[in-house]
Design a protein around this ligand. Structure first.
Ligand code: 5GP
Ligand code: MG
Length: 187
């Protein structure tokens, strides 16, 4: 049973599938086939990541894949600015072309941290792909190279994104309205 929040669908499963196809095409045209490493930022990106990886097969891209679990600490919807590595990648990215994949680019602190981390590990180039972008919330100096949809400053769930670990299984993306003013958050 879900907690009782109000959901408003922003992007249907078909909308998402169409955009993911287009993103796969963009990545396929932009990235070299040789040394590509796709790094998913857990947990919110897991469904998006899986769809992207399967799509790349049809563009004859056969990336190595890995995941990192990054936590941005803070209370409520506001992250504190401190990003910590809960789980690091194990693939050696030295000299490779890395594409970081995240669910949503919000303040940008997480992705900014992840880009710096990949360069520090010796990646030759680092690009980023996000399903959703909330440019109005940006704090860190970063924009993504590949963006699925731009959204207003609303809290969204579904297609991997959670509220309190719920809602990740929704095949669509919905705005979640809190029935009482409380803390929201997600990774
Ligand atoms: P940033 O470091 O860009 O502020 O935070 C990005 C992370 O915050 C995302 O990867 C995601 O885990 C979480 N986040 C930001 N906005 C939302 C949202 O609207 N819904 C959910 N479920 N998570 C969000
Ligand atoms: Mg996340």
């Amino acid at each position: 049973m879900h907690p009782h929040h109000i959901l408003r669908v922003l992007f249907t499963a078909d909308d998402i599938a169409g955009r993911v196809d287009a993103l796969v095409g963009e990545i396929g045209r932009t990235c070299a086939a040789g040394s590509l490493v796709l790094v998913g930022i857990l947990r919110g990106s897991f469904i998006f990541f899986a769809d992207l990886v399967r799509g790349l097969f049809y563009h004859h891209l056969h990336p190595r894949i890995d995941f990192t679990l990054l936590q941005s600490y803070g209370s409520g919807t506001e992250s504190s600015g401190t990003v910590e590595i809960e789980r690091d990648i194990s693939v050696d990215v030295r000299g490779t072309e890395v594409v970081l994949v995240d669910d949503i680019l919000d303040t940008g602190r997480t992705l900014h941290f992840a880009v710096e981390l990949m360069y520090a590990k010796g990646a030759r180039s680092v690009k980023s792909c996000v399903l959703l972008d909330k440019p109005s919330r940006r704090v860190a100096p970063i924009s993504a190279d590949f963006v699925g949809f731009t959204v207003e400053d609303v809290f969204v769930v579904g297609y991997g994104l959670d509220y309190d670990s719920y809602y990740r299984e929704l095949p669509y993306i919905a705005e979640l309205t809190f029935t009482h003013p409380g803390a929201a958050g997600g990774q």
